[in-house]
Design a binder for this molecule. Sequence first.
Ligand SMILES: CC(C)(COP(=O)(O)OP(=O)(O)OC[C@H]1O[C@@H](n2cnc3c(N)ncnc32)[C@H](O)[C@@H]1OP(=O)(O)O)[C@@H](O)C(=O)NCCC(=O)NCCS
Length: 312
Amino acid sequence: MSPLRRGVKSDAPAVAQRVADQLFNDSRVEPLVASELPRAEFESALVASHSPFWVDDSHGRLRGHLYGATLDDPLHGRQTWTGPDGYSFDVEGVLDNLLEWAYREWRAGGSTAHLVWALAGNGTQAWVERGYQIISVRGSTALEDVEPTPWPRGQRLRFATIDDLETAVAFDEMIDQAQGVDVSALSEAQRAANAADVAELLEDPECRYFLVEVDGRPAAQCVTYPLPALRGNFPDTVYLGSLAVHPDLRRRGLARVLVRTALDAARRDGFGHAEVRWHINNHGATSLWSALGFRPTYVQLRRSLVEGPAGD
Ligand SMILES: CC(C)(COP(=O)(O)OP(=O)(O)OC[C@H]1O[C@@H](n2cnc3c(N)ncnc32)[C@H](O)[C@@H]1OP(=O)(O)O)[C@@H](O)C(=O)NCCC(=O)NCCS
């Protein structure tokens, strides 16, 4: 008889223990991964979630769990997301059973793909063997390693405001393009949603929106803000995103100086770690972040639920 079943409220402490053990192991492999798990919070979020989870229950001993949140994405449609704390398995056969049950339910709910975060390196193998492809990377650095860099002459750095919305949206589109999005094919609704996201960042008091001007023209931008609690992150983590340099001014060290400046400001604000994300096909970003001392911690993998082997 299959030891698989739907998870229930009373499973939460055992699932939390498995997640805590896994995070501890991840942090031993990669010290930029934080091992702390706020257990009570984790357990109540698991129980309160609208999405189901499954457990492999071998005579009262859990051998694995799987959770995925199915949500609508404006660009990619309905997909299911699993964080680094959303799964565990003692052996790969347990993962296969969990996925078989979950795929059935996710597909029935209209989900077209499953996205999962796995520890960079060894953590990805089981997923790759099951048809998943790496799509993006979370990279971190400890800010004590960042040295202040002098800002080059003739360039001006200021904070952007909502009056810079058009400029900020144009930079945002450069990032989308670098990540393989055909910006010209976006619908009006998608463009409006993107512009609203940028406006939100420009107006968020917790967010620093850096804008570099060269000869009075917008040359580069990036954004920093405190990263909300995220599994595997240290609580003092600043997120750095929306980095873009005008195409005419690339490979002159602008991004390097801007990032160093933004991180130095964050360090002075009390942050101890920084996180960035990049798309795996964005070769410029992949080289840049490693040149600036960021190391991959978790990678996101994706598998279509629509075509290919059904898993059931
Ligand atoms: C990625 C990007 C921000 C880099 O800006 P930049 O000002 O050209 O970068 P820098 O000149 O400071 O480069 C610093 C280092 O990063 C690496 N690097 C940057 N761009 C690179 C590229 N296209 N290919 C390979 N390495 C690159 C190099 O190691 C470089 O050092 P080097 O020039 O001494 O070899 C810029 O190409 C860009 O705006 N791209 C489109 C938007 C985007 O992809 N943003 C990042 C999203 S995560």
